[in-house]
Design a protein around this ligand. Structure first.
Ligand code: PNS
Length: 183
């Protein structure tokens, strides 16, 4: 059970560990899915949180599209939830009484920004521990930005994003290319 009654009657949290995996997911890739599935084996509950990154003010896909892509891509598992937030990650973390923030690390180039975010979150909320999972070797070069660029110019991204969202992602990016180049 999630909550157990303590000896003196106040409810205390049981041993259940909740992890939040936040990101822009613009769009979700096999790299993200690998982290989600591995986190689901390590924690009792994983919340995949589509969040706003102010450093990326114009995500290509809308929040609703990004959530729908994840829902179509993640194999239903009782301990995986998908949600969104337009506020501070630590506020959501507190609201959910979470234990851990999960981040995937692909290469050293990810490290500095991720380390900074982990420290900021810990400073804002002492309980907010960040756990880094090393990306699968096959995903170390993979990013949503690369996927968007390749798909926009008609390249094959079927090895990078789930089949369930492939057509939708390709169609929207090809439309964008038409807008930009006129051909
Ligand atoms: O996939 P991304 O873009 O690298 O994810 C970054 C994200 C969305 C997790 C980060 O920008 C974030 O936590 N946004 C929510 C706002 C927040 O809490 N910012 C302070 C932490 S640096």
């Amino acid at each position: 059970m999630y909550f157990t009654k303590a000896k003196y009657g106040s409810p205390v949290k049981g041993n259940m560990k909740t992890a939040i995996y936040p990101g822009s997911f613009d769009p979700v890739t096999y790299g993200h899915l690998d982290i989600i599935n591995r986190a689901a084996k390590l924690f009792d509950k994983v919340i995949v949180l589509v969040s706003i990154n102010p450093a990326k003010p114009s995500c290509f896909f809308t929040l609703e599209e990004r959530i729908a892509f994840i829902k179509k891509s993640v194999t239903a598992q009782p301990n995986i939830e998908i949600d969104s937030s337009d506020g501070l990650l630590v506020d959501y973390f507190r609201k959910k009484e979470a234990d851990v923030i999960i981040k995937g690390l692909r290469a050293m180039s990810d490290f500095e920004a991720e380390f900074q975010m982990a420290l900021v979150n810990k400073d804002l909320c002492h309980k907010a521990e960040t756990v880094f999972l090393a990306a699968d070797a096959a995903s170390t070069f993979l990013s949503s930005s690369m996927v968007k660029q390749i798909a926009m110019f008609g390249g094959d991204v079927s090895a990078f994003i789930p089949h369930a969202i492939l057509r939708e992602v390709q169609e929207k990016l090809e439309k964008k290319r038409l807008e930009i180049t006129g051909k």
